[in-house]
Write a protein that binds this ligand. Structure first.
Ligand code: SF4
Length: 447
């Protein structure tokens, strides 16, 4: 269990020598407890303190990596129950279910399509995290083919086996790609544990209740399986939510070594609510069957909202963004790099249908008014940013439209830009951009 600041303080030399950069050992201990410092900053820490703090600071949930290379996914290593306590470390991975009884040519087409999905949103790339190949009893020849095909696209593979023989046939050829073996519900775990231990593969263990789940994980670990995921029981969403919560709490409080692993869920077609519960309640890898693309954007967006650091605002890269196909005569607007601001403004601009340029300047991810009041969206800073972004090279005129909430910076910005630039105060709300273009820009724009 993590140590408190006072417990850590008792392990430190208590000389207040300041070599760590803190005025006192107590101040350093408090930073260590909050995870904002590392013990190696104290050169005088005793070996006993290093051992105690090292063990206490190891994440209570084991890291498990599925896959190999650039697309490999690591889960686990979480240290908190609520994201506002610190941060969640790894986003859950959504594996797309592939029925191995699908004709081979269709499998290849699907894998090609799925591996090519790439949606940029607010600084994150949404894409399929892995493939969950489902073995169909009666068509065993497709299991290894599907697994190999998935591996060929570089995607991590989970093997949802119906039989031990099928699991071995699918996992053996791709053992170097660190597959995840998922036994069928209620199966005798022994043969699958032996297979995972022999191949060095990750394994999902399950149980009828949390006690048997933890015991099964501990048994698998003793048998030589290092990378384990837990599949908690839960026939209905309320039970599942309770079990997911208890598993996380049990892991964080180190109640049982068998709970110190990330969680796996299988989500059947039409079980979107289950995926939502899993995403919001600590599931780490989900094998999601779906009947269409409408499953994915909501899940990716939900995950993004939960698995971003609340202490780090989502931010866009500064730059000049084209909306539509602007020309040199098109309007040029400026806003901050807070992602929500960018998406609100750019969506309205898109909807209005007026091609334009939107300059996004670095305001440390703050919204317009917040950035202005913090001195990060002043006329001087915006002028400097626009020069660095070479805004003048995108338009033939010298008019910049600023957000209505910061009309106060217009004079300072004109001075900062010089060279004949004029500032036009835009609307306060993005929803008023359409009327602004119609009533103000059409009159004021350079002719
Ligand atoms: S370097 Fe170590 S002994 Fe010195 S003040 Fe920091 S914590 Fe205390």
């Amino acid at each position: 269990m993590a140590l408190t600041g006072l417990q850590i303080f008792k392990l430190l030399p208590n000389t207040n020598c300041k070599k760590c950069g803190c005025p006192t050992c107590l101040a350093f201990a408090m930073k260590l407890a909050a995870g904002k410092e590392s013990l190696d900053k104290c050169p005088d820490a005793s070996p006993e303190a290093q051992a105690a703090l090292g063990a206490a600071s190891a994440p209570p949930i084991r890291a498990v990596t599925i896959g190999h290379g650039e697309r490999a996914i690591t889960v686990g290593e979480e240290t908190v129950f609520f994201r506002h306590e610190k941060t969640f470390v790894h986003r859950p991975g959504f594996f797309r279910v592939l029925d191995a009884s699908t004709p081979a040519s269709a499998i290849e087409d699907r894998l090609t399509d799925w591996s090519a999905i790439r949606i940029d949103r607010a600084g994150e790339v949404f894409r399929v995290d892995g493939i969950a190949v489902v073995e169909s009893p009666g068509s065993p020849e497709f299991a290894p083919a599907a697994a190999q095909a998935a591996a060929a696209h570089g995607l991590p593979v989970a093997i949802l086996a119906a039989t031990t023989k099928g699991a071995a046939a699918a996992a053996e050829p791709i053992k170097d790609r660190r597959p995840l073996i998922v036994p069928p519900a209620g199966a005798d775990p022994g043969p699958f544990v032996a297979l995972a231990a022999r191949l060095g593969a990750a394994l999902v263990v399950s149980g009828a209740d949390l006690d048997s789940l933890a015991a099964a994980a501990a048994d698998a670990a003793r048998a030589g399986v290092a990378d384990i995921l837990l599949e908690p029981p839960g026939d209905d969403l309320a039970t599942l939510h309770k079990h997911l919560t208890l598993v996380r709490r049990g892991a964080l409080e180190r109640i049982h070594p068998g709970l110190a692993y990330p969680v796996f869920l299988r989500v059947g077609a039409g079980e979107f609510s289950k995926a939502v519960v899993g995403t919001s309640t600590f599931a780490s890898i989900m094998a999601v069957a779906d009947s269409g693309g409408e499953t994915w954007m909501p899940l990716w967006t939900l995950r993004q909202n939960i698995y971003t650091d609340p202490q780090q605002p989502l931010r866009m890269d500064p730059g000049i963004y084209a909306i539509g196909e602007p020309t040199g005569a098109s309007p040029l607007l400026v806003t901050t790099n807070f992602s929500l601001t960018y998406f609100t403004v750019s969506t309205e601009l898109d909807g209005v249908g007026v091609a334009c340029y939107l300059a996004v300047v670095d305001a440390e991810g703050l919204s317009v008014l917040t950035a202005w009041s913090a001195g990060k969206f002043s006329g001087d800073r915006v002028g400097k940013a626009l020069r660095e972004l070479k805004a003048a090279e995108h338009v033939s005129h010298r008019t910049i439209i600023i957000p209505g909430y910061v009309a106060v910076i217009s004079g300072e910005l004109e001075d900062a830009l010089g060279d004949g630039w004029q500032v036009l105060t835009g609307p306060q709300e993005a929803s008023d951009i359409g009327p602004f273009f119609r009533d103000v820009w059409e009159t004021a724009r350079p002719k």
